[in-house]
Design a protein around this ligand. Structure first.
Ligand code: UDP
Ligand code: MG
Length: 317
């Protein structure tokens, strides 16, 4: 089972019965011409339609087609993670099952990887999705993310991406994180590139997401940004806010004391509330910082995860 392959295509599937057969035909039309040892892993993410039956049929007919059946719907990110964990290819390509991504773009992605990039991201320049619920939020999110993470990629949300296996094997995927995979990869020092890809409107089935996804992506972005900048020193973030609030509280309390004792003013005024809130939250923030220092140590030590990524070694085993 453990023989290595050149290419793994990982496809998360949730209620896409009408599209799978067409997708298979397209993949079977293009992949053999690449002259690579390949596999396609369909991950059935708890579909309630006949998706798994279609995957089973296809897998029976064509040994390069593989299936993973998840017990329940876990979400696209986890489905991708399950596929990636089983993938044997040196290059891993992820794509949607709903025919919005085109298998015809796969050779382009691989060509770019072979030019020496670690991650090649598809850019749906001509994206065929509704404007208000999809394109606009994604435009804004992409602008913010690429600026914060300092990566020149236009379309992070595009599932059609190619990765060198090493880049993914170190990452654990949670939440809506597959959208930020490129960010995490860049964080680890991966060399990134982008190629324009086709995008088609959804014909069968329905989208699994609405506007609420935007909030999840924003929260994931905050996490990513925090991890990228402060994962090894969380006390700097919490401690800084804590000290700042504590100082404000302290100054206000000096003010209240002087006013009450020297100027015979009031003890109780809005100032005393500001003082209390600032001091309490300030202390809380510092304590939270200490807790997160403890958890980050557990994180690195329990997984034997080094806080750095080594690229190459010379004369060291
Ligand atoms: N998907 C999944 N699990 C989910 C939701 C979606 O595996 O819980 C799959 C879905 O079958 C599709 C891909 O993820 O192959 C993208 O989903 P969708 O097309 O609904 O997203 P959109 O293109 O509308 O952003
Ligand atoms: Mg889609």
């Amino acid at each position: 089972m453990s023989n290595k392959l050149d290419l793994s295509v990982v496809i998360p599937v949730y209620n896409e019965e009408e599209d799978l057969k067409i997708l298979y035909d397209k993949l079977a039309g293009i992949l053999p011409s690449l002259k690579m040892e390949y596999e396609v892993i369909f991950v059935n993410d708890g579909s309630v339609d006949k998706s798994w039956n279609v995957i089973s049929e296809v897998a029976k007919k064509d040994k390069n087609m593989k299936g993973i059946n998840l017990r329940r719907n876990c979400g696209q990110t986890i489905a991708i993670a399950a596929g990636v964990d089983c993938a044997k290819g040196d290059i891993i390509i992820t794509m949607d099952a709903d025919l919005q991504n085109s298998p015809n773009d796969i050779p382009k992605l691989i060509k770019k990887i072979n030019e020496g990039y670690d991650v090649v991201s598809g850019w749906r320049k001509n994206r065929r999705d509704p404007f208000i619920t999809k394109r606009l939020p994604s435009l804004i999110a992409n602008k913010i993310i690429s600026k914060l993470a300092n990566i020149p990629i236009h379309d992070l949300g595009c599932t059609l991406k190619a990765y060198r296996k090493e880049v993914l094997s170190d990452l654990k995927l949670y939440g809506e994180m597959h959208r930020l995979l490129a960010v995490y990869a860049a964080w680890m020092g991966a060399k990134m590139a982008e190629v324009e890809v086709e995008h088609s409107p959804r014909i069968h089935g329905q989208t699994k997401y609405g506007l609420s996804r935007t909030f999840k992506v924003i929260l994931d972005l905050i996490t990513a940004n925090f991890l990228i900048r402060y994962a090894t020193k969380p006390i700097y973030v919490f401690g800084f806010i804590g000290i700042f609030l504590f100082l404000i509280g302290f100054l206000v309390s000096v003010f209240v004391l002087i006013r009450a004792l020297l100027l015979h003013g009031a003890w109780v005024s809005p100032m005393i509330f500001i003082m209390t809130i600032c001091i309490i939250t300030g202390v809380q923030f510092i304590l939270m910082g200490l807790l997160s220092e403890i958890s980050i140590r557990t994180y690195h030590e329990s997984q034997d995860k080094a806080p750095y990524v080594i690229l190459t070694k010379l004369n060291i085993d």
